[in-house]
Design a protein around this ligand. Structure first.
Ligand code: CAA
Length: 286
């Protein structure tokens, strides 16, 4: 099977980026959200990105129209019935994801692939609730999806070689570079990135340096595009805390134990850019 028809369940930050990238790469994309309001917001984000690309000369007006024609927003799950692949990009909680995999397994054709963009939950548990365990995998994109080149293809012990080959071709057709990882908490990137981010928080808690200086150090000392606190705010402190907890539960190494400051900031709703305040204050700082 060659993937042509793509479904994306969830049109938030990551879902809209995946739907955008798939549609602008020539795939026919059905996308859904839990309400019309959230769906409209996600689709607007995609249309705004294409308008920005057109204004920069990266897309012609005709290409923007063709992209829009390939993007089909819906609130009807039955519209996923003819999809070759469905990418799950909903809330990072186990029960809603398992319920969605059960539902999709009953809706899509037997040879369709079901994949999850989760950054930390076990793909194996999602596979286990379906009757197509060989066709279930992780497909972990990075934020901002249209820009970041990497995709982690996550295979369980039952994911077939054919599924991995199809996902490799699919991600390459979206202009991405895939790597293959086993289904272990954190996969490759977060297993390495999370302890780095947590170490920066501990370093700041211990008064080694200011946040600004730690950010400057890593940006200028290692050419990282963002320092750790800017990246924490970008990724979201809730997402970071959740990923750390999941990895720590499977791998109880103190490097993955969330520092108290991270927990307290999440408790206060200081989640980063998305709430206007995280380690930095975005109402004042441009
Ligand atoms: N669609 C298309 N193009 C887009 C776009 C979109 N939605 N958003 C941005 N772009 C383009 C811009 O137009 C711009 O293009 P040009 O260079 O041609 O002008 C380019 O992308 C870069 O954007 P900006 O100029 O706005 O910003 P920048 O140069 O400062 O780069 C950044 C921004 C790419 C985010 C960079 O700072 C960066 O790479 N940061 C690190 C991001 C990172 O590490 N992400 C991974 C987080 S971890 C994760 O996601 C996994 C997890 O599970 C937690």
């Amino acid at each position: 099977m060659t993937i042509q028809k793509v479904g994306v369940v969830g049109c938030g930050l990551m879902g809209s980026g995946i739907a955008q990238t798939a549609a602008q790469s020539g795939f026919d994309v059905v996308v859904t959200e839990v309400s019309q309001e959230l769906l409209d917001r996600g689709v607007k984000k995609i249309h705004d990105a294409w308008a920005m690309m057109q204004s920069k000369g990266k897309l012609t007006a005709e290409q923007v129209e063709a992209n829009k024609a390939r993007l089909h927003p819906t609130l009807e799950m039955q519209d996923f019935a003819d999809r070759d692949i469905v990418v799950e990009v909903i809330i990072e909680q186990k029960e809603p994801k398992l319920a969605l995999f059960r539902q999709l397994d009953a809706i899509v054709q037997p040879d369709a692939l079901l994949v999850s963009n989760t950054s930390s939950l076990p793909i194996t548990e999602m596979a286990a609730v379906t009757r197509r365990r060989d066709k279930v995998a992780g497909l972990h994109f990075f934020n901002p999806v249209p820009v970041m080149k990497l995709v982690e293809i996550v295979r369980t012990v039952e994911t077939s070689d054919e599924t991995v080959a199809e996902l490799r071709a699919f991600t390459q057709a979206m202009g991405k570079t895939p790597i293959i990882a086993k289904d272990t908490a954190g996969f490759v990137v977060n297993f390495l990135l999370i302890p780095y981010l947590l170490s920066a928080i501990r370093m700041y808690e211990n008064g080694v340096a200011t946040m600004e200086d730690i950010d400057t150090a890593m940006q200028l000392g290692t050419n990282y595009p963002m320092g750790p606190f800017t990246l924490l705010d970008y990724v979201g402190l809730d997402t970071t805390l959740y990923a750390a907890e999941v990895i720590y539960a499977e791998n109880p190494d103190p490097a993955y134990a969330p520092p108290p400051l991270l927990r307290r900031m999440v408790t206060l709703g200081r989640l980063g850019r998305k709430t206007g305040k995280g380690f930095y204050d975005y109402s004042e700082k441009k």
